[in-house]
Design a binder for this molecule. Structure first.
Ligand code: NAD
Length: 500
């Protein structure tokens, strides 16, 4: 009998459920647990907790009180990194080293959330007119619904939730049903850190739980990270129910390499950022865009050597460079994309389709795969392929490289490798991407900068972290106040709309 991974509401684990779905270990292909799937009733129970008197006390707690909880949470995350990395690796398939890296970025997000008072403290103007002072205050929005993807079981939720909680909100979090256990581990850490029950709630599930969350009248804001198709749906449905929604979605990140670039550094960057985490990162480099045939040929030669040396393995194999993809379905869809790309006429340079793990024949593995001579009309170029298959699209000039990058539906991240400042400047000024790298592989900015794509990589005007996140999770009020001298009568009637 498999373990049931349940919900967490009002500080209690809830395992009664009408519906559940399987949870797999992608490294072995075994079903290792069942995940409870919540419905509108469970979402309503969680929202009732998140709007309880206890949760409201958190909204009124001092910054100092809130920050003590965040500091403690940070300490616990550091102390329990190994335990959490094992939970992530087992359900996701990423290597332990990669999971530890993810936890490090989660901790960075928690540290940044301790800056909330600095960001939300507001402005003040003395005596704007007639002895009136004006100031702004930011107050929590109330209940925040978080919907998160499988590919970062802790980093994305931690950066969202730490900031939302730091500014005084309470949370109903719907994690990915493919990686549900990290959420319960995180719940325990919050509790141990001293967060009052009711502030942090987890409802596991699928579309049913998401729809209930988007329709619930007491949820004020929704943070979503996931694919573009679902993100657009969440944005439209959430905003039609009068919520503020920020949805961060898919990417197809182009890496342009100029003829003057350090080609060894560029090749290393392409392999690291292209194949890390089995290419299941929204910021993975998906496409290499070399400028000129000579650049392309030199790069291709170096990259082929490097990717043939990559080791694919189980999450807990310390010698593995990357692991399995998340599911059998995902494995099939990547293999189908590769077959289609061959049929469309690209050259298959490295073929990872037949990779079989010597011990785990049922694991969802795909070996590193590389295409050359992609063209923009191919599905492989247009679709986000969420697995270790990457491609080269050759161009002849920087103009063409910029035009290609800007013509894609997605604008998450883009990179240029060059030794020329003018080319780099043109690239970051003209390319329509939210995160841009110059001679760096993955432009995932540190958490005190805003993070979010452009075009169809983001819906809504906020950012996932950085100062904008603190603003997204708070409502702004402007207060004009006057404290008249009780001895003086100076409030005469005036119908004129003017400042004096
Ligand atoms: P997904 O869109 O399948 O799932 C995201 C969330 O939506 C999950 O919680 C899932 O349960 C829920 N969901 C799935 N189908 C739904 C439906 N029909 N209706 C309502 N909710 C539904 O994404 P995923 O496969 O978990 O994650 C990978 C995707 O996330 C990739 O496209 C990747 O680029 C993207 N991503 C983007 C960023 C970013 O910052 N832009 C970061 C990480 C991942």
């Amino acid at each position: 009998m498999n373990t049931l991974i349940g919900h967490y509401i009002s500080g209690r684990h809830i395992t009664e459920t009408q519906h559940s779905g399987p949870v797999f270990n992608p490294s072995t292909g075994e079903e290792i647990a069942r995940c409870a799937y919540g419905d509108a009733t469970v979402i309503d129970t969680a929202v009732k907790a998140a709007t309880s008197a206890n949760a409201k006390k958190w909204a009124k707690a001092s910054h100092a009180t809130r920050l003590q909880v965040l500091f403690k949470l940070r300490e616990l995350m550091i102390a329990k990194t190994a335990e959490l990395a094992e939970i992530i690796g087992r359900e996701h398939g990423k290597t332990i080293a990669d999971a530890i890296g993810e936890i490090g970025r989660a901790i960075e997000g928690i540290e940044f959330a301790c800056n909330a008072p600095q960001i939300t403290k507001g402005e003040y103007a003395r005596n704007v007119a007639g002895d009136i002072d004006v100031f702004s205050v930011r107050v929590p929005v109330g209940v925040v619904g978080c919907i998160t993807p499988f590919n970062f079981p802790i980093m994305i939720p931690a950066v969202m939730i730490a900031m939302a909680v730091s500014v005084g909100n309470s949370i109903v979090w719907k994690p990915s049903e493919k990686v549900p256990s990290a959420a319960l581990f995180f719940a325990e850490l919050w509790k141990e850190a001293g967060l009052p029950d009711d502030v942090f709630n987890v409802v596991q599930g699928d579309k049913t739980a998401v729809d209930a969350l988007l329709e619930h009248p007491k949820i004020a804001a929704v943070s979503f990270v996931g694919s573009t198709q679902i993100g657009e749906y969440v944005y439209q449905k959430g905003t039609s129910h009068n919520k503020r929604v920020a949805a961060f979605t898919g990417g197809k990140n182009h890496m342009v390499v100029m003829p003057d670039a350090d080609l060894e550094a560029a090749a290393n960057a392409f392999v690291s950022a292209g194949f890390g985490s089995a290419s299941q990162r929204c910021m993975a480099v998906s496409l290499l865009i070399p400028v000129g045939a000579e650049t392309a040929d030199h790069l291709r030669q170096r990259i082929v050597e490097k990717i043939k040396a990559l080791k694919v393995g189980a999450y807990n194999d310390p010698t593995a460079d990357f692991g399995a993809v998340i599911s059998a379905q995902s494995q099939q869809s990547v293999l189908k994309a590769i077959d289609q790309c061959i049929a469309d006429g690209a050259e298959l340079v490295v073929d990872g389709r037949d990779f079989k793990h010597p011990e785990y024949a049922n694991g969802y593995y795909i070996g590193p795969t590389l295409f050359d001579y992609l063209s923009m009309d191919m599905d492989f170029y247009q679709q986000e392929v969420f697995g270790p298959a990457r491609g080269i699209l050759r161009v002849n000039s920087l103009d063409e490289a910029i035009a290609v990058t800007n013509s894609h539906e997605y604008g998450n991240g883009s990179v240029i490798f060059t030794r020329d400042g003018k080319s780099a400047h043109r690239f970051f000024m003209e390319v329509e991407s939210g995160m841009i790298g110059v001679n760096v592989p993955v432009p995932l900015p540190v958490s005190y900068f805003n993070f979010g794509g452009l075009r169809r990589s983001k819906f809504g005007e906020s950012h996932l972290y950085g100062p904008d996140a603190a603003r997204f999770y708070t409502k702004l009020k402007s207060v004009s106040q006057k404290w008249p001298d009780p001895e003086q009568q100076d409030q005469a009637i005036s119908l004129a709309f003017k400042i004096t």
